[in-house]
Design a protein around this ligand. Structure first.
Ligand SMILES: Nc1nc2c(ncn2[C@@H]2O[C@H](COP(=O)(O)OP(=O)(O)OP(=O)(O)O)[C@@H](O)[C@H]2O)c(=O)[nH]1
Length: 327
C-alpha cells in the first residue's frame, strides 16, 4: 500500500529540479526514476531538463562481462575522481530488466564507501517504461545528474551484449573491462568491443595471464582490428587491480582520452551522436507503437499477413505503414 501511493504521487517537477540543483540526493533519485521508469511525468521532466545549458558532465561508460570486476572498478574510480575534487554520478544500467534486478545492482554499489559522501550520486536504472529504452533514458538521467552539478558521470552497464555495447559506446569515454583469461583479444574483437572502446582495461592484473592479455590486446589495436581510421584515437590498453584500489593507469587513460577528445574537436560529434540516438530511439519506438508489434493484431500484422499470402509486396506494405504514420 505505501509503495503504491508513492508510485502514483505526482512530482512538483520545478521544485524537484530546484532541489536537485541544490544537491538534494532524494530529488535526484526521484527525477532519475521518472526518466528510467517512464510514466505520465516523463515528458514534463525531460522538457524541464532542456534548459539551454547543454551537456557539461564528462560521461565515462564502463562495460565488461559479468564478474570482470565492474562494480569494484567503478567504486575505485569514484574514489580516485573524488580525490581529484570532482563531483561524481554513477548510473548502474541493467538492460536485461525488468527480468533481473537493476535495483539490486544499484544497491550493491550504493553500499560502498561512497554511501554517505554528498559529492557522489549513485542510481540504478532499468528503463522499464521508457519509450526510447536505454539509448534515451541514459542521456536523460545524465542531465538530471548535471543539474545537480556533477562533473563526471560513470555509466556502468551489465554484460557486453549488443545493447550494452551500444549504450557504453554513447559515452564521452568508453572503458571496456577485461580480465586475464576471460576475455582475450579475439573474443573482444568478436564482441565488437574493440570498435567502441577508448580504453581497454585488464582488471585483476594481480592474476596470472594479465601480461599476455595486455600484449594480445595491444597487438589487436596495433593491427587495426578496431577498424579505426588513421588520426582517430587508438584505444589505450591499461591494467588495474580494482580490488586493491589500484586504478591509477585507468584514471590516467580516461583523462588522456578526455584531453585528446577536447583537443581534436571530438566531443561535439560524439554528443551529437548521443542526442541522435536518443531522439531516434524515441521516434522509432513511437512508430513501432503505431504499427504494433508482431502478433499484436495491429497494422503490421495486417500487412504482414498480406505479404505472407503473396498478395502484397513488402515495399508496398512498408509504404502503407509509412503512409499511416504520415497521415
Ligand atoms: N583478484 C582480483 N579480484 C578482483 C579484482 N577486482 C574485482 N575482483 C573480484 O572479482 C569479483 C567480481 O567483482 P565485481 O566488481 O562484483 O564484478 P562485476 O563485473 O561487477 O560482476 P557482475 O555484477 O557479476 O557483473 C569480486 O569477488 C571481486 O572482489 C582484482 O583486481 N583482482
Amino acid at each position: 500500500m505505501p509503495a503504491r501511493s508513492r508510485r502514483s504521487r505526482r512530482l512538483d517537477v520545478p521544485a524537484e529540479l530546484a532541489a536537485a540543483r541544490e544537491g538534494s540526493h532524494r530529488a535526484v533519485a526521484r527525477l532519475v526514476s521518472v526518466v528510467s521508469d517512464g510514466g505520465p511525468q516523463l515528458r514534463e521532466v525531460v522538457a524541464a531538463l532542456a534548459d539551454g545549458s547543454g551537456d557539461q558532465a564528462w560521461v565515462v561508460g564502463v562495460t565488461g562481462s559479468p564478474g570482470v570486476g565492474k562494480s569494484t572498478t567503478v567504486a575505485a574510480l569514484v574514489t580516485a575522481l573524488r580525490e581529484e575534487g570532482a563531483r561524481v554520478g554513477v548510473l548502474a544500467v541493467d538492460p536485461s530488466s525488468p527480468f533481473s534486478g537493476g535495483a539490486l545492482l544499484g544497491d550493491r554499489v550504493r553500499m560502498g564507501v561512497h554511501a554517505l559522501d554528498p559529492g557522489v550520486y549513485v542510481r540504478s536504472m532499468a528503463s522499464r517504461g521508457h519509450l526510447g529504452g536505454l539509448a534515451a533514458a541514459t542521456p536523460q538521467a545524465v542531465r538530471v545528474l548535471e543539474a545537480a552539478g556533477v562533473d563526471v558521470v560513470v555509466v556502468e552497464t551489465v554484460g557486453v551484449g549488443q545493447s550494452e555495447v551500444e549504450v557504453a559506446g554513447l559515452a564521452d569515454t568508453t572503458v571496456v573491462l577485461l580480465a586475464p583469461g576471460m576475455g582475450d583479444g579475439v573474443q573482444a574483437a568478436k564482441a565488437g568491443i574493440l570498435e567502441v572502446a577508448d580504453v581497454l582495461c585488464v582488471n585483476k592484473a594481480d592474476r596470472d595471464g594479465a601480461d599476455a592479455t595486455v600484449r594480445e590486446l595491444r597487438q589487436s589495436v596495433a593491427l587495426g582490428a578496431d577498424g579505426r581510421a588513421p588520426g582517430d584515437w587508438r584505444p589505450s590498453v591499461v591494467r588495474s587491480v580494482a580490488a586493491g584500489g589500484d586504478v591509477a593507469e585507468l584514471v590516467d587513460a580516461v583523462r588522456a582520452h578526455q584531453r585528446w577528445a577536447r583537443e581534436h574537436d571530438a566531443v561535439v560529434p560524439r554528443r551529437l551522436r548521443r542526442a541522435a540516438a536518443e531522439v531516434s530511439a524515441i521516434a522509432l519506438a513511437r512508430l513501432r507503437r503505431t504499427f504494433g508489434q508482431p502478433g499484436e493484431g495491429g497494422l503490421l500484422d495486417d500487412v504482414a499477413g498480406e505479404v505472407a499470402a503473396g498478395r502484397l509486396d513488402a515495399f508496398t506494405a512498408a509504404d502503407r505503414l509509412v503512409a499511416e504514420v504520415e497521415g
